[in-house]
Ligand binder design. Structure first.
Ligand code: FAD
Length: 575
């Protein structure tokens, strides 16, 4: 008899958003037995919240578009810190992945001649985002879910994975608990795919939901995998600012893609100063800094933001193209965006950094551990272009599923062992907060962490602030080692937060340390004390985080050399 409820699969996929579902579909198609685990309900992931669209050079609206231009735009958007091979595969394969979704039943908006409609987005040379109004993620998840549940995989919902288990250097299992009952569960497996999304809940003002606590990045780090480029966290330029209860909720870039304009309290279209060519459709890092600067210099809107106006497009058009935005502002702020402007300010949105992976197989530096979607790093470099996440999770979700299934298949003998000592340690760590006679409330520590990250590791950074931030995080780590929880394991969100907090502290420390190390400004990372690019030193390296004897080690590694033909594309010869 096993001590804990146990399931055995060739491949365990952790996370059932777009990346996890696409990976699970592919691994099943390769004949692997697949278990798909998610900490909320199937279909309730960030992917479902995605609004503006999925970027793919289909060339339906702008026939000049092709993969080379998409590759060029992605590399420039990422300020050349991207993994070139990932950017190449992404640009080449995204159109097929989108068409495949259509074959599986996704209904995109249409051009007059019946092709998939595409819209403009910041940093994309051509109209490239396939979309369904401003509810693209919903249609994608609906389609992937339908396809997935008919692919023969087992789905484990409302189940949080807390630890990865290894046999020697190889992955051999995953351990977690059912959120409802609090009972432990063990998955024996040859391969794990991390598709757990981002880290936004380390910050107070964020577009992310409760699920984004950096679990995948923390699980990978604890298992010995490298994390890279953790300093690059995207502050989306347009989050809601008012009323306070909805602060941070996303206002999709599609508003600007459909012609929305940004102005300050003096009625000036301030993007003229910061990027006169691309204006509101400049890249997100530039627009976020511009809004931030306008507000800090006293030209903000009444609630401390900028005005974003789409009313000139007319009520019918706005309601058709941006139905969710219309309802969001009507219901939450009693503002009719077909008649009056919105107020917006940057919000923590997306993690460019994450698990270091091989571009072709999505394999991490630990055998048997794979990662895809927002949990993985490399494709977006120092700044992600809008729409490139949905295509990322399709392209690399598929590749991770393939890579993991092939790995599991090659590992024919299933003699991988679960280390009982490690397993018991994992269970004990989870139970500790119930046993502490005295200790802190996890909500208090979480709130303090969010304050620290917002104040010291926000949009604009300095050496002093980052050093203070790292010290504060150390203090919070000590406090978090003594958390106390009352009640039982059933339906106990405070207990769930204890483990989530551990993940958030790991990713927060990694973000702050990488931000301190990189003495330049590039993409989403803005150092007031080093306001320029330093191509000689920092333009050639990724930041690397790894675990060394229980402590967090930071280093750099050189970017892979780009082949000459791709260099020519990046330097502009493709247009
Ligand atoms: P997710 O879709 O978030 O899925 C993560 C999964 O992991 C969930 O199932 C969760 O339950 C599970 N999970 C997490 N931790 C654990 C654990 N410990 N154990 C078990 N399960 C776990 N991108 C675009 O390209 N275009 C857009 O228009 C766009 N709009 C966006 C709008 C909003 C409001 C937001 C928040 C994001 C938007 N993005 C957009 C970004 C994009 O949606 C996400 O980056 C992307 O969906 C991430 O997909 P994923 O599969 O990596 O993670």
């Amino acid at each position: 008899m096993e001590k804990y409820e146990t399931h055995t699969h060739d491949v365990i996929v952790i996370g059932a958003g777009g990346a996890g579902l696409r990976a699970a579909i592919e691994a099943s198609a390769q004949g692997a037995s697949v278990g798909l685990v998610c900490k909320s309900l199937l279909g309730k992931a960030h992917t479902v919240m995605a609004e503006g669209g999925v970027a793919a050079a289909l060339a339906n609206v702008d026939p000049q578009d092709n993969w080379k231009v998409h590759f060029h735009d992605t590399m420039h958007g990422g300020k050349m810190l991207n993994n070139w091979r990932m950017a190449q595969l992404h640009a080449q394969e995204a159109p097929d992945r989108v068409r495949e979704l259509e074959h599986w039943g996704a209904l995109f908006d249409r051009t007059k001649d019946g092709k998939i409609m595409q819209r403009a987005f910041g940093g994309h040379t051509w109209k490239r985002l396939a979309h369904v109004g401003d509810r693209t993620g919903l249609e994608m998840i609906r389609t992937l879910q339908d396809k997935g549940i008919h692919s023969g995989m087992d789905v484990y919902m409302e189940c949080t994975i807390t630890h990865l288990l290894k046999d020697g250097e190889r992955i051999s299992g995953a351990f977690g608990y059912w959120r409802e009952s609090g009972r432990f569960v063990l998955f024996k497996t040859k391969a794990v795919i991390l598709a757990t999304g981002g880290v936004g809940k380390s910050y107070k003002v964020t577009s992310n939901s409760w699920e984004y606590t950096g679990d995948g990045q923390a699980l990978a780090y604890d298992a010995g995998a490298d994390l890279i480029d953790m300093e690059f966290i995207q502050f989306h330029p347009t989050g809601m600012v008012w009323p306070p209860s909805v602060k941070g909720i996303l206002v999709t870039e599609a508003v600007r893609g459909e012609g929305g304009t940004l102005t300050n309290r003096n009625g000036e279209r301030f993007m003229e100063k910061y990027d006169p060519q691309r204006m509101e459709l400049s890249t997100r890092d530039v627009v976020a800094r511009s809004i931030y600067t306008e507000v800090m210099e006293g030209r903000g809107s009444p609630h401390g933001g900028a005005f974003l106006d789409i009313s000139h497009r007319g009520a019918e058009y706005v309601k058709k193209k941006l139905p969710s935005m219309y309802h969001q502002f009507m219901e939450f702020a009693q503002i009719d965006i077909t008649k009056e402007p919105m107020e917006v300010f940057p919000t923590t949105h997306y993690m460019m950094g994450g698990v270091r992976v091989d571009a072709d197989t999505a394999g991490s530096t630990v055998p048997g551990l794979f990662a895809a979607g927002e949990a993985a790093a490399g494709l977006h470099g120092a700044n992600r272009l809008g729409g490139n996440s949905l295509s990322d999770l399709l392209v690399f979700g598929m590749r991770a599923g393939l890579g993991a299934a092939q790995y599991a298949n090659e590992l024919r003998d299933n003699t991988l062992k679960i280390d009982d000592v490690h397993l018991e340690k994992a269970a004990q760590e989870m139970l500790q907060p119930f046993e502490n006679a005295e200790g802190e409330n996890p909500y208090t520590v979480h709130q303090a962490l969010q304050e620290v990250m917002g104040s010291y590791v926000g949009v604009f950074r300095t050496k002093e602030k980052l050093q203070d931030g790292i010290e504060e995080i150390q203090v919070l780590k000590d406090r978090a080692s003594q958390l106390r929880i009352e009640g039982s394991r059933m339906y106990n969100p405070g207990w769930h937060l204890c483990k989530d907090l551990k993940s958030m502290l790991i990713v927060s420390e990694a973000i702050a340390k990488c931000a301190l190390q990189r003495e330049e400004s590039r993409g989403a990372h803005s150092r007031v004390d080093f306001p320029k690019y330093n191509d000689e030193k920092w333009g050639k390296v990724n930041s690397v985080i790894s675990k060394d004897n229980g402590t967090m080690k930071i280093s750099t590694s050189p970017l892979p050399q780009m082949p000459e033909e791709l260099r020519q594309i990046v330097e502009g010869g493709h247009k």
